[in-house]
Design a protein around this ligand. Sequence first.
Ligand SMILES: Nc1nc2c(ncn2[C@@H]2O[C@H](COP(=O)(O)OP(=O)(O)OP(=O)(O)O)[C@@H](O)[C@H]2O)c(=O)[nH]1
Ligand SMILES: [Mg+2]
Length: 208
Amino acid sequence: MTDNARLEAADQLFKTPCRFMLSVADLVQLPPPDKNEVAFLGRSNVGKSSLLNALFSRRDIAKTSSTPGRTQQLNYFDFLGKIYLVDLPGYGYAKAPVKEVERWQKVLRMYLRGRPNLRRVFLLIDSRIGLKASDEEMMKELDTNAVPYQIVLTKTDKVSALECTKTAESIERALEKHPAAHVTVLKTSSEKKTGLSEVRAEIVDFCE
Ligand SMILES: Nc1nc2c(ncn2[C@@H]2O[C@H](COP(=O)(O)OP(=O)(O)OP(=O)(O)O)[C@@H](O)[C@H]2O)c(=O)[nH]1
Ligand SMILES: [Mg+2]
């Protein structure tokens, strides 16, 4: 299949909406690991929920907000009965009570350590900011636990094309030291709907 055909086929599949399944606040509530799973991870407010919505050309699949810490549980979506998509709570600063934040951070870490069907984590990075210390820490943790992950730049509508390319290249260089990282950095804007086909195509690879 040519690259274009791969992207078009993925766009076609994503015309079918995903179905909200459940919100998980505690690991005992996780669905059985009977399907491949792909998760959206990143600092609070980076655009995880927005990206999930944009992939399906919808605004209301996952709840978004300008207040960091909007997503406080692991939100499960079933796509085509073939794969679970998981909108995760953010890490880093969150506008929520400390105890609450500690609780969901613990659940998040435990989830990332021991989910056998987790095939890929999309680690979202704000293209205006680049990698922060908390992202580097998370990458090390994913490496240690051998969780395959891929960096996705978000909000690229807020930077110039040149700046975006420079950020992507500098991250790609940093990734050489991270064994669990996918070598390619994807560039997206949920606002302008760019780079979405590439993310869709990566997900489709896990639908079989
Ligand atoms: N300009 C621009 N803004 C975006 C984009 N994606 C998300 N945003 C904005 O960024 C803010 C946070 O978006 P969310 O999708 O809620 O972020 P999140 O990572 O799910 O945040 P938490 O659930 O709080 O961790 C919202 O105000 C979005 O409108 C984008 O591609 N471009
Ligand atoms: Mg969210």
